[in-house]
Structures are given as structure tokens and as C-alpha cells.
Ligand binder design. Sequence first.
Ligand SMILES: C[S@@+](CC[C@H](N)C(=O)[O-])C[C@H]1O[C@@H](n2cnc3c(N)ncnc32)[C@H](O)[C@@H]1O
Length: 296
Amino acid sequence: MAIKRLGEHLKAFFNEEKKSLLSHYPGLTLHRLQSDIKLHAFLSGVDSEELFDFPYLPHRSNPLTIFFEKLRLGVPLEYITGYAYFYRSLFKVTPDVLIPRSETEILVELAVQEIQKNYRNKECRLVDIGTGSGIIALTLMMEDAAILDVVATDISEKALTLAKENFFNLRYAISAKHKISFQQSDRMQNIDGEFQIILSNPPYIKSRVDKDFVHHQVLSYEPAMALFLDDDVYDLWFEDFFISIHQKLTANGMSLIEGHESHLEGLSEIAKKVGFAKVEIIKDYTHRNRFLRLRK
Ligand SMILES: C[S@@+](CC[C@H](N)C(=O)[O-])C[C@H]1O[C@@H](n2cnc3c(N)ncnc32)[C@H](O)[C@@H]1O
């Protein structure tokens, strides 16, 4: 068997598997695959400019053979490399947490604007409910717009372990003036005190009516707990959530909640019902309803 260079093998692999790869990874390019392999190699301790000139030996235990096998199966690239970019940083991700989505960067931008406007160089207490890998809480600490006292919560212990690991990995990018604590909790249960900012990207897909519209790769690999709520309890789940947000938000506070384009109108009515005086629906960059901004 003629031994190929990694670059040649990758090109041949991409061309042969293109149809199936694109069904798993819409928009995937050879360039993106090359970047992810470079990242994967770098994070595994192989840092070489000539990576793609090295001979590729496709034996079973070669980490790249495992990489190609996972690609054939359609495992999300972020779970293969173990990392995902969000905002300006690289976060560790595992199948225990949702892969960060670009829409959530808008939630962070909106929160940064609010913090800069009202709390610049002042103290601000903030909670990130359903923190997952910790992207929202940790990015806001890195943005450094105020002196933040952050509580990051999740119902999943494994997610919290990963969020703590990301905090550890990014500790040099986070000023020591900020504080963070991690707490396992169902929404805001047993979370003490009031907050000026309450943020959440909660599970918001209805497990029956929305499921057919979810990409098969998401269904197969991402944690259901991060994505779905039972249709029958959906409104009640959010009503209880909004009641606790209302109780724990300071009088001048603001809450931002990411949600499903088809259900945000309904959720905005629930937010009004529980007593929020100002309820706005904010769209994402594709002009779909994506966030609720709540004020008392
Ligand atoms: C859509 S993911 C968001 C993760 C992360 N914040 C992000 O934006 O990528 C929802 C997160 O909420 C957590 N979660 C699900 N049900 C919860 C509940 N009842 N209380 C708190 N967190 C919950 C999940 O474990 C998951 O980490």
C-alpha cells in the first residue's frame, strides 16, 4: 500500500465522503477540517507547521484514524476535538454539555451593553442559569466591564464540573477582581440573594412538536437535558422560572433569556402575567425571535 501524506489522505477522504459529510456537517469545507485537525493535533501536544506533510499510517490506534472514523459517524466536530470557539475564547466541551451556538453570543453582547451602561467599574451581581460549559458566565468575566460577582448554576453535575474546568483553564484571562461560584440547582431553587443581571439559555425545544425540526446530529449527540422540555409542562416550567426570576431580580435589574423562535411570543405573555412591567422580544441576526428581555 502506498503511504500518503496526511494532507493527501485528508483531501481524498473529504472528496470520497463529501456527500455523507455534508449531511452531517452542513457547509463543511476541507479548510475547516484542516483547521480542526491542526487544533486537535496542537491540543494533543503536536505543534507542527509540517503536519500535513507527515506520512499518514491508517492503523486503528492512530488518533487521526479515530478522528476520521468519528467524522464518518457524524460526531460533532467540537466533540471530536474537545473544544469549541465562543466569542473570543476557546472552551472545552464534552458530550455532557451543549456545543456553544453563535446566537448565544448575541445574548452575551446584550448583557455586556447593559453592564457597561449601568455598572461600569461598579459591582454587579449576575447569575447564569444552566451554565453548561460556562461560556456565558466566563465570557462576561473576561469582558471585564464591571466588578462581577457571578453565580453559575446547572442541574447537571457533569456540566458544572466542566464549567469549573473551563474557569481553571481560562483563569489567566479573568481578572482577580471578579468572583464566581458554581451551584447545582433546578432553575433558581436555593440560589440566595438578589441579582442585577439574570441570564439563561435554558432548554427550550418542545420534545414533541419541535423534534422533527432538530438536526439528526444534534439529536444523536447533544445532551437531551440541555435541549428539550416536555410539551405538557413547557409553559408551567417557564412560569415557575419567571416567578423566581421576578423574585430575585433587583428593582433596576434586567434578565435575558434565550428561547425558541416559535415559542417566545407565548413566553412573553407568561412573563407579563407573572408581573414583569417591560417584556421585549429581541431577534437574532437571522431575524428570528430569539431572546426575551425582562424588567420589573
Ligand atoms: C441550552 S443549554 C445551555 C448551555 C450554555 N449556557 C450555553 O449557552 O451553551 C441548557 C443548560 O441548562 C441545563 N439545565 C437543564 N434543565 C435545567 C434546570 N431545570 N435547571 C438548571 N439548569 C438546567 C442543562 O444541563 C444545560 O447545561
